[in-house]
Design a protein around this ligand. Sequence first.
Ligand code: FHN
Length: 594
Amino acid sequence: MKLRLVALALGISCSCVAQQGMEEMWDKSSVAKEHPNIQWFKEAKFGLFIHWGLYSQLAGTWDGKNYYGSGEWIMHQAKIPVSRYRKVAESFNPVNFNADEWAQLAKDAGIKYMVITAKHHEGFSMFDSKVTDFDIMDATPYKKDPMKALAAATRKRGIQFGFYYSQFQDWYEPNGGRNTWDFDESKKDYQQYYRQKAIPQLKELLTNYGPLGIVWFDTPGGMTKEQTQAFIDELRVLQPKSLFSSRVGQGLGDYKDFGDSEVPPVPIRGAWESIYTHNDSWGYIAHDMNFKSAHEIIRLLSNVASKGGNLMLNVGPDGKGNIPYYSIKYLKETGTWLQKNGESIYASTAGWIPAQPWGVTTSKPGKLFLHVWGRPENGRLLVPGFTNAVAKVYALTDKKALPFQQQGGDLIVNMRALSDEHTPDKVLVVEYKGTPPAYNAAAPVTVSAQYAANNIEAIFAKTSGASKIQSLTYSHYFGDWKHTTCVTDMQAPEDAASFTVRIADPGDYKLILEYACPQESAKQEGRLEVDGETYMFRTLRTSEFDKSAPLLFIKHPVTIFTAKKAGVYTITVSPYQQGKELFKLKGIIAEPLK
Ligand code: FHN
């Protein structure tokens, strides 16, 4: 059981080869040995990703048709011939680009590193390259190198600067990866493309722009492990201190990148990064207004930090060089929150208390930061598994001490003295003595009547029989990946999922199963067992699992459970009889009834 969870936590590589399309290129492999310059990255926690290229000028529309999802894939989606695509450069004139404004926005947002696309899969170079004339200097009316100015402006503000470079996919080049509409893939000589374009351009980037914090490779291909190592060695000598992302391939990167828009469900050791779009696309799309609010960004950032990683959030400037209005607004608001609460994020490590109904934790030596996303109704915040002696507890913003008590391995903080301010994440600091315990993924999941709902997630299931825990990846539009961890393969009564919960407040709880259920799985009977009682249910149809479509989950209320006393209970879900997979179980929601 928990094969994937254990693999992730130990940093064992995940094989992605069976997947198709954009996904097949990901390389989430772990890193064997730490890079000597990794510390700044581990402490940075918040990065800004910028996708900017000719696709920004197209803004998600080609030949009068609107495209949705990853806008930087428009050439691929619309199968635009190279002969037409190169003409887009003639109208690319980002006169509003202002390196100081972009760098200052990053600074105000609390960003510690910036990575920008020097060349994306479209093959266009956003920098002054002598290797090709399909670059911003030669092919556009702009005729300036924006990367020079941006490198200088970020460094001036103490922000690490790095380049994204698509090393394999290049849809402009006859020998580059994956333009199948102009060129015959089977006739390509990838090595020639590497020798003639990718390597010389990477050398330009590593030579002409000062010290780079990161070279962010993406979608590896066409190279064996030995060739990838030789490729790295050839570049590494130019800037030994620069970190190479794991998508250089073959497990040879300096830190690990998860899949696009993926946060691991439990803490992960080593240096790693979650990467997210701000709206639905990496590259600018004029009709994509689905921006994450500051509230969402702050929770995402604290959630990623609670698992021990960095969040690199993307913005997609338009063809004139303007960063979208809502990206500016919400990044600045995030920065305001970070100015007051940054101590709980920067240079923190994963929290050692698993996620609670109220939020998540991050830590530093002698301090545990409680990121309270939702306050308990009675003001008494339960922190289970806290046996270290506590010296004091206070709110990070005003440092005012809060009353607390410790009993039977619980810390209970009284938050009543705190005003009910509107904040996505109220940070409390617990100062304690001694060495903290290790994170215990097997600790019971807290269920409490102090919150509107308690999520008991699939990742915390103990599986038996054939059932297993899997992360399911799918998209809504195109390339806007979503990842949901589920218990799958429950086909027979012995294929069960059991959840150990600690019910902190006695009382009535509605138990709701949350799952996805394709047609063939619908109308099958299942059992939910708790405290010696069995409750029957019949599955309700939602949607098929198709990775290029939304995976729909239903919240299916099954029963009321009365917990007569506080304590530890086991909730078990299983098929009633042999059949098709019962469903893909995202988790159980325990809703207190009052
Ligand atoms: O194909 C790219 C995509 O366009 C985008 O650049 C993302 C960012 O992580 N990387 C690839 C897909 O994983």
